[in-house]
Write a protein that binds this ligand. Structure first.
Ligand code: C5P
Length: 223
């Protein structure tokens, strides 16, 4: 495909989701939330009664994943598995655990590869994930790697959950984030690492508007 792609990779809570949504909207491009594919795979296993440790069975679930993304009126993206709305379930802490467990299985990543590449359609794609610039779209002309300290990411998640009325503990969230970081960066297949040619942006002390301005500068610089 001749359509351009911008990859946005980084650890959870660095602001990738927000930045890639803004970017896709600004450019009028398609959007790939690759994490959602792993989350739905984990959720589909729960629904189908498949254990996350049964690698061949999880791989079959991934290969035949009937997933749809639809934009709701409020701009939110609804995610459905076999027509059943799983948007809420996949965003829970358990959903995150399932995603990162099945994402560590090489044959699951392989099974989701072609599906992720199908999102690359004119006029262009913003791809959000961990290995968008390293594995899925290695030829992307612009690769962003967005990071922030674990403490800052835990704080942001804390604020988000509190705003939703959830009762959460900051130390517990920090622990979860550090655990997930370790799992994502130490796994053998597609570990979380910036591509050699990625532009690394640390958002620890930067408001989202400043991060977005930096990203737009990089986009303009690429013409
Ligand atoms: O981005 P999100 O937090 O939704 O991703 C959930 C999990 O899916 C991550 O913790 C990671 O383990 C996995 N993932 C991945 N590769 C991607 C996107 C997500 O391994 N491209």
């Amino acid at each position: 495909s001749q359509a351009p792609v911008i990859t946005v990779d980084g650890p959870s809570g660095a602001g990738k989701g927000t930045i890639s949504h803004l970017l896709a909207e600004e450019l009028g491009w398609h959007f790939l939330d690759s994490g959602a594919l792993y989350r739905v795979t984990g959720q589909a296993c729960l629904i189908e009664g498949v254990s996350w440790d049964d690698h061949p069975a999880v791989t079959r679930v991934a290969r035949h994943l009937e997933v749809t993304f639809t934009a709701a009126d409020n701009g939110e993206i609804l995610v459905a598995y076999k027509g059943r709305d799983v948007s809420r379930e996949i965003r829970t802490e358990e959903g995150g655990r399932g995603a990162s467990t099945v994402a560590a299985i090489p044959s699951v990543r392989e099974a989701l590869l072609a599906r992720q590449r199908e999102f690359l359609q004119p006029p262009g794609l913003v791809a959000d994930g961990r290995d968008m610039g390293t594995v899925v779209f290695p030829h992307a002309p612009l690769k962003i790697f967005l990071t922030a300290s674990a403490e800052e990411r835990a704080r942001r998640r804390f604020d988000q959950l509190r705003a939703k009325g959830e009762n959460v503990s900051l130390p517990r969230l920090l622990e979860d984030i550090e655990e997930r970081d370790a799992r994502d960066s130490q796994r053998e297949v597609a570990p979380l690492l910036p591509a050699e040619d990625a532009v690394v942006i640390d958002s620890t002390a930067l408001p989202i508007a400043d991060v977005f301005a930096k990203v737009m500068q990089e986009v303009s610089a690429k013409g």
